[in-house]
Ligand binder design. Structure first.
Ligand SMILES: [Zn+2]
Ligand SMILES: [Zn+2]
Length: 348
């Protein structure tokens, strides 16, 4: 099979690798679509996220969907048949550690995660073995690319769960990349009365309006905090979701929240710290939550996309074959050609 391997930063090459064989409880998946994620960009550009450092030949990719090509021992045909289309949860939690048993598989002590350096190769290859228990059948109402989008949708759903959006709430979304645009849609469905979306890129604000934002604000200098406060009569927003992944957004989020409000940090900042005003956050009595991936979201995400309540297709703006994977990463790195989500098709 072919795989797209990372040989140091900015250096992606197609390599030949042996076809994997499914082990017990695993299915062999022919990978149809893989989303390029902001976290992958950190590996591509910087070679790491914190202490997760790439090795030579590392394979990225954790947002993916495909078709079952074979099943290992112990996978029942009632669960899966060859030819079933599946979306894949990239997290394999052990199910046995303290945090799994407490209902937090996203915090598992023994977690394996697709495309997590140094050892767990991801889905940017033609064939992947994965535990059947982490695969979810999708109907033909969901395209391959939409199937790959169920992973970022899961993150947005989980963030919305944590934000506890109430009917009629004013919600601010900072950052209108894929996660921000999905969180925006989730917050609306959860009952937000007004959604204000912010970004530094005008084309992403247009996407936000198309997907249901009531107000949008182009971030240029520092005036966006004042604007949000003006728009909410000085009160601030009930819930602020930070999905920008830069080092200013967490600070801004705190300033935009109302007294007693909620701030949810989703983004991965480039520097290894989050800074916000101690006085503002303390005086307002804010609740601040940090999102670690997701949990218990796939069946809900599938339902929301199948029923048309959440539009993931609108976010998939670019598609590349495996041998042009480097182009996909370069495009997303510089936000060229109004890209929102680029997907790579390893078997195209
Ligand atoms: Zn991702
Ligand atoms: Zn565990």
């Amino acid at each position: 099979m072919k795989a797209l391997a990372l040989h140091g930063t900015h250096n992606l090459r197609v390599i030949d690798a042996p076809d994997p064989e499914p082990g017990p409880g695993e299915v062999l998946i022919r990978v149809k679509s893989v989303g390029v994620c902001g976290s992958d960009l950190h590996y591509y550009k910087e070679g790491c996220i914190g202490d997760a450092v790439i090795r030579d030949g590392f394979i990225m990719g954790h947002e993916f969907a495909g078709v079952i090509e074979a099943a290992g021992e112990g996978v029942s045909v009632r669960e899966f048949r060859v030819g079933d289309r599946v979306a894949v949860d990239p997290s394999i939690a052990c199910g046995q550690c303290e945090f799994c048993l407490k209902g937090h598989p996203n915090l598992c002590l023994n977690l394996r995660f697709a495309g997590q350096p140094p050892d767990e190769d991801g889905a940017l290859r033609q064939l992947v073995n994965w535990p059947a228990r982490c695969c979810f059948k999708i109907s033909d109402a969901i395209s391959d690319a939409d199937g790959a989008m169920l992973e970022p949708l899961g993150v947005a759903l989980f963030a919305t769960d944590l934000g506890k959006v109430q009917l009629g709430d004013t919600v601010v979304i900072i950052g209108c990349g894929p996660i921000g645009l999905l969180t925006l849609q989730c917050a609306r469905l959860a009952g937000a009365g007004r959604v204000i979306a912010l970004d530094k890129l005008a084309y992403r604000l247009k996407a936000a309006r198309d997907l249901g934002a009531d107000d949008t604000l182009l971030v240029t200098g520092d005036s966006h905090i004042e604007s949000v406060l003006d728009w909410t009569a000085g009160r601030g927003a009930d819930v602020v979701f930070e999905a920008a992944g830069d080092n200013d957004a967490p600070r801004d989020a705190v300033e935009m929240a109302r007294r007693g409000g909620m701030v949810v940090y989703i983004g991965i900042p480039p520097k290894d710290y989050i800074m916000f005003s101690a006085h503002s956050s303390r005086r307002k009595g804010l609740t601040i939550k940090l999102v670690r991936r997701m949990k218990h979201t796939y069946p809900r995400a599938i339902q929301l996309v199948e029923s048309g309540k959440i539009d993931v297709s609108a976010l998939v703006t670019h598609t590349f074959p495996l041998h042009e994977g480097g182009k996909a990463f370069d495009l997303v790195s510089v936000y060229a050609d109004e890209v929102i989500k680029a997907v790579i098709e390893p078997n195209a």
